[in-house]
Design a protein. Structure first.
Length: 359
């Protein structure tokens, strides 16, 4: 954790006891929080509470103010006081479950990166006779007798029997709104999102020996500095050191207006405060990625208002990152949700084909 101009290690119980930013009593409260979380199972009983309303009574106001509040504010921006306690519970519960008997954290990474997984999926789809198209904008749908019959895209018309839509809810709402009950469209737009700007640095040396550095300093614009090659070896990246800083923000934030070079300079100024010896000559290259709908905002009572996978159309479904709950969105859970919706579509397709054969 980066706090008050200093990096504190907080990986083991001994590290927590050495965290002098808190009083001794508060350090004990912070350490005991992990055990309290592990005993807790009924997430629905806290879904009506915000993170602050749930966590502050468990660990105390000072612990919350120093350790948790800066992370939540940096992560969720203007929504920080509205986020359901379930989001935080699941984060803590999952991280607590990755510890071995000695308290060491056990994590795994897809060798070669998730791009390798995506490429393998594309190859298999094409092998089975499917078609994958990139940068193909869907501009509209055509509906007949309560079913979607075709999509209009930037490369032409696409016909189909079954349709699965996987982008963010606002995109689906824009596509469907002329054909659906306004109340259902409103339910899609009820889920708020934050965008993300992610700066990835390729360096010729390491920034630190830490993989995941949470930032609790209010003056620092990023929630964390993640040096990926402190987890996956630099040898797997041509000897380079890979680090990235991620920022969640609304589309109204002025940082969206910066070009890549301007954003790099903005980030470098902050990184130099954290790592005073950092020199521009360390940076071999950089890339900036932007996503408009990176983080679904899981506010209080989320499970009661998030739309399900069905749509007003008998042959169309939706499955998105916003459906991953109570866990937070992630590749593991996206695969899980993909398998679930694939089973639904396959079952429905089999039933329809069976009825056609009987007719």
């Amino acid at each position: 954790m980066y706090f008050n101009g200093r990096i504190w290690k907080l990986s083991t119980p001994i590290d927590v006891l050495r965290f002098k930013a808190l009083s001794f009593i508060d350090r004990i409260k912070l350490g005991l929080l992990v055990f309290q979380i592990r005993k807790f199972k009924d997430w629905k009983s806290i879904e009506h509470l915000s993170i602050r309303e749930w966590l502050e009574p468990l660990c105390g106001r000072k612990v919350y103010k120093v350790v948790w509040e800066p992370l939540i504010k940096s992560k969720f921006s203007e929504f920080s006081e509205e986020i359901s306690a379930v989001w935080m519970w699941k984060k803590l519960e999952l991280r607590g479950s990755t510890r071995d008997k000695r308290g060491g954290e056990q994590l795994a990474y897809f060798k070669g990166g998730f791009g390798k997984l995506s490429n393998a999926l594309v190859l298999e789809i094409r092998k089975l006779g499917g078609v994958v198209q990139y940068e193909n904008f869907v501009s509209g749908i055509t509906v007949q007798d309560g079913a979607i019959v075709k999509l209009e895209t930037s490369s032409g018309t696409v016909y189909g029997r079954q349709f699965l839509f996987t982008p963010a809810f606002p995109i689906i709402a824009n596509l469907f709104e002329e054909h659906c009950d306004p109340k259902w469209i409103e339910s899609l737009r009820r889920v708020n999102y934050l965008g993300n700007i992610c700066l990835v640095l390729r360096l010729n040396r390491s920034l630190s020996d830490t993989y995941w550095l949470n930032v609790n300093d209010p003056g620092f614009p990023f929630v964390g500095v993640i040096e990926h090659t402190n987890f996956d070896l630099p040898e797997n990246y041509g000897g380079s050191h890979i680090a990235y800083v991620s920022k969640y923000l609304s589309r109204q934030n002025h940082l969206w207006e910066l070009n890549d070079d301007e954003y790099f300079e903005f980030a470098l100024t902050s990184l130099k405060k954290m790592f005073p010896t950092l020199d521009r000559s360390w940076i071999i290259d950089f890339r900036v990625w932007r996503a408009d709908f990176a983080q679904p905002v899981t506010e209080r009572g989320y499970s009661e208002y998030v739309p399900g996978s069905s749509t007003p159309f008998q042959n169309a479904w939706i499955s998105t990152m916003a459906h991953i709950y109570p866990e937070d969105r992630g590749t593991n859970y996206a695969i899980r949700e993909g398998l679930k919706i694939a089973e639904v579509i396959h079952r429905d397709l089999s039933i329809n084909l069976g009825n056609l054969s009987k007719d």
